[in-house]
Design a protein around this ligand. Structure first.
Ligand SMILES: [Zn+2]
Length: 224
C-alpha cells in the first residue's frame, strides 16, 4: 500500500512538472531575450553586388534583412544591422573601396561580439540552372558548421533548396570574424525564376521566416 501511494505521489509530481514545463515553453513570447544578433546586408551604395537588368543584389539583401530584423526583435533579440539603408561601409576616399567596406563590417561585428552574425547575400553563377538558398561557413569558429547545416536544413524543408552547406576558407570577411556566424546566399540572381521570386515581399518573408525558425532551433538546442 505504502509503495502504491509512493508511486502515485511520484507520478503526480512528474505530471505537474511536465505540465509546468509545457506551459512555460508555450507561453514564452520572447525566446530570444538577451541574444545579440547582427545582420549584415551585403554591398550597398556604389556597390550593387550582382546585377541583372534593373535587379540589384544590394536591394534584395537589405529587404530580406529588414524583414528578418523585425521578426527577431519581436522575439526579444537585440538586433543590429551593419547597414539599414542604401550605403556601403567603406571609409570615404578609400583606395580599395571593397576591402575597406569588408574590413569595416569585420570590425563592427568583432567589436560587438554578438551571439550570432548573418551576412546576407545573393548568389550568381554562369549557368541559369542553379538555384536555391545556400549557406557558407568558415571553420574559424567551431560553432559555424552546425549553424550552417541548421540553416541549410531549414532552406531544404521550407524552400526546397537542393544545395548543401559549404565549408570555405577563401572569404576574407568570414575568415576574420571571430563570433559565430555564417554567410547566407538567399538565392541565385542568375536563375530567372528565383530572381523574380527574390524581388517579391512574400518570398523575402518566406526566407526571413526560414532563417528565424533556424535561429529558434539553434537557441533551443543551446548551439548559440
Ligand atoms: Zn554579394
Amino acid at each position: 500500500m505504502k509503495q502504491f501511494i509512493l508511486i502515485c505521489i511520484i507520478g503526480i509530481t512528474m505530471l505537474i512538472l511536465a505540465i509546468a514545463i509545457a506551459v512555460n515553453a508555450s507561453s514564452n513570447p520572447f525566446p530570444l531575450l538577451g541574444k545579440m544578433i547582427i545582420i549584415d546586408p551585403g554591398h550597398g551604395g556604389k556597390d550593387p553586388g550582382a546585377v541583372v537588368g534593373d535587379i540589384k543584389e544590394k536591394d534584395i539583401n537589405l529587404a530580406v534583412s529588414l524583414i528578418l530584423e523585425e521578426k527577431l526583435l519581436n522575439l526579444g533579440a537585440i538586433v543590429y544591422l551593419t547597414r539599414s539603408k542604401d550605403y556601403d561601409l567603406a571609409t570615404p576616399g578609400a583606395h580599395h573601396r571593397k576591402r575597406s567596406d569588408i574590413l569595416s563590417r569585420v570590425r563592427v561585428i568583432n567589436n560587438a561580439n554578438p551571439d550570432l552574425y548573418l551576412s546576407i547575400h545573393v548568389n550568381a553563377y554562369n549557368s541559369n540552372r542553379w538555384y536555391g538558398a545556400n549557406v557558407y561557413f568558415d571553420d574559424v569558429n567551431p560553432k559555424n558548421e552546425l549553424i550552417a547545416k541548421t540553416f541549410q536544413e531549414g532552406f531544404k524543408k521550407d524552400l526546397k533548396s537542393p544545395r548543401s552547406a559549404m565549408r570555405v576558407s577563401h572569404l576574407l570577411m568570414q575568415r576574420l570574424i571571430k563570433p559565430p556566424g555564417v554567410l547566407i546566399e538567399v538565392g541565385f540572381i542568375s536563375n530567372p525564376h528565383e530572381r523574380n521570386q527574390m524581388t517579391k515581399k512574400s518570398y523575402q518573408t518566406k526566407l526571413a521566416n526560414s532563417i528565424t525558425n533556424s535561429i529558434l532551433r539553434l537557441n533551443q538546442e543551446k548551439s548559440i
